[in-house]
Design a protein around this ligand. Sequence first.
Ligand code: GLN
Length: 237
Amino acid sequence: MNMYPEVLNLYGDRGNIICLQKRCIWRGIEANIFEYNLGADQEILKNADIILLGGASDREQSIVYSHLLKLKELIKSLIEDGVVILAICGGYQLLGEAYIDASGRAIKGLHILDFITKAEGKRLIGNIIIETSLDVFPKTVVGYENHGGRTYHDYQPFGKVLKGYGNNRKDGFEGLIYKNVIGTYLHGPLLPKNPHIADFMLKKALERKYALDSLEFQKLDDTLEYIAHNRVKELYM
Ligand code: GLN
């Protein structure tokens, strides 16, 4: 489910959903993409297996917040039930208590998770490489970040920063993992360049959907994907 794609749509974050769908189709698994737009019926969210909350500017973030608030209890229960969520940058910040913008104004978050984000100093922009805390191979995740906010939390991080800034430039961590939620500052083609993360999400979603203990996946030919992945490492690490 692509949440508010008309608003939460920075840097083509929706490409991540297309990547997930393709990886299902290549394995003969049917996968449908639905869009949850302003005014949509909550019921359709209940059946979602994977939810994307893309990035957005501060302004868009505050617009979406007032709509998302109605869904807070539902999203919270879906998260506790193990739904897979990829929340990127502004979408990641929205899961926390608040985002304090550069002028000191608080843009409320859903406060489903206990953390806060503050805009401090210059924006953190550039290529980023992390070593993920998830049980996947390879361990590296490559991407691009562009955020003013610094996020501080005590949850499991998505990874340790090898190159770039991550959550706040200070503690050396990037993103957040809670149940099957991945919160991250990595924008754009995160999943196409990191197919191991895409498959991690798909496995979790299928295991939840079909109540499986664990799932063996058909391997795909990811030669091109890892050429892109390794090129980023060669260039920036
Ligand atoms: N409010 C966010 C920030 O600049 C949004 C950034 C984003 O989604 N790229 O920190």
